[in-house]
Design a protein around this ligand. Structure first.
Ligand code: ATP
Length: 291
């Protein structure tokens, strides 16, 4: 029985800008994506019996076709007429519905892993083409590292690696609907666009301070208006030594960049002490690409 074990890594957005809404309802974006070393363990096992099975440590996640990992497996199974069954074990550690693309990372891992397990011979580009059918962040999650994502998120340009630093992630206990955040964003009369080119310039110059000073997310204002805890977490991170702090994706996870691990740990402690978030992680940027 063949088996493959993968790490499905989460992401943060060093920058997230929205350029407009398209006729098909998607938004044109300009995002600087960065992989962080917080991951779901994804194990794929050939079962010898037909069908796709999902097992997960989180009881509230769907285990049917509503799970993105299932959808990824079904897409390849149908296209390549794979009759051999597969079990997907998701040991979830990336916070769910948090703006860290956990579901997309799982889907990317399944595409990548099944390509190997069943010897499908698909190139990265071919995997990305299939990935975008599952979600706009899936192509990036197949690649990992530091990328500029444009289009709906699927047009990827490799950027210089982010300098090593510590990343404090704090996920407050509020539920944010990505759809609602985008709907509220669409109703805004004025939008302040973040300095995406400043972030890219900072990456090119290996200047972590410049990257930090340009962090910006156009969705932050929308989510933070509904959940003041986001600003409180950002303030706490900055007061405790973060170079800067920002909400990731549509939220509610907030990340802070630190050049000092002790400070990051202290900030995490303070955030928990103030009961701003129960889930905190001190981790780092992850720069190793998939191959
Ligand atoms: P993004 O950053 O792309 O907005 P997210 O972090 O907000 O993603 P996810 O954790 O990827 O959100 O998924 C959110 C929703 O997708 C939840 O409602 C969850 O039930 C569903 N879902 C489906 N499959 C998965 C999966 N494998 N892992 C996590 N959530 C999943």
């Amino acid at each position: 029985m063949e088996k493959i074990q993968l790490k499905a890594m989460g992401k943060i957005n060093l920058g997230l800008d929205i350029l407009g809404k398209r006729e098909d309802g998607y938004h044109d974006v300009r995002m600087v994506m960065q992989t962080v070393y917080l991951y779901d363990n994804v194990t794929l096992v050939q079962t010898g019996r037909a069908g796709i099975e999902i097992r997960t440590n989180l009881f509230y996640l769907p285990v049917d076709e509503n799970n993105l990992a299932y959808k990824a497996a079904k897409l390849l199974t149908d296209e390549f007429g794979i009759t051999e069954g597969i079990q997907i074990v998701l040991d979830k550690r990336i916070p769910v519905s948090a703006g860290m693309a956990g579901g997309s990372a799982d889907a990317a891992a399944v595409l990548f892993g099944m390509n190997r397990l069943f010897g499908l011979g698909l190139s990265d580009a071919a995997l990305r083409e299939r990935g975008v059918k599952l979600g706009a962040d899936v192509p990036y999650c197949i690649m990992r590292g530091t990328y500029l994502a444009e289009g709906i998120g699927e047009v990827l340009t490799e950027l210089p690696q982010c300098q090593r630093c510590y990343v404090l992630l704090a996920k407050p206990s509020v539920n944010v609907s990505t759809r609602v955040v985008y709907e509220r964003f669409d109703r805004l009369s004025h939008v302040e666009h973040p300095d995406i080119d400043g972030i890219i310039g900072g990456l090119r110059g290996h200047d972590l301070l410049q990257v930090s000073s340009c962090l910006g997310n156009v969705l932050e204002k929308v989510t933070a208006e509904a959940y003041p805890v986001i600003e409180q977490i950002k303030d706490t991170m900055k007061k405790n030594g973060a170079l800067n702090a920002l909400m990731s994706g549509s939220g509610p996870t907030v990340f802070g960049l630190f050049d000092d691990k002790k400070a990051a740990k202290k900030a995490a402690f303070r955030i928990r002490e103030l009961q701003l978030a129960r889930q905190t992680y001190v981790t780092g940027v992850h720069n190793t690409r998939r191959r």
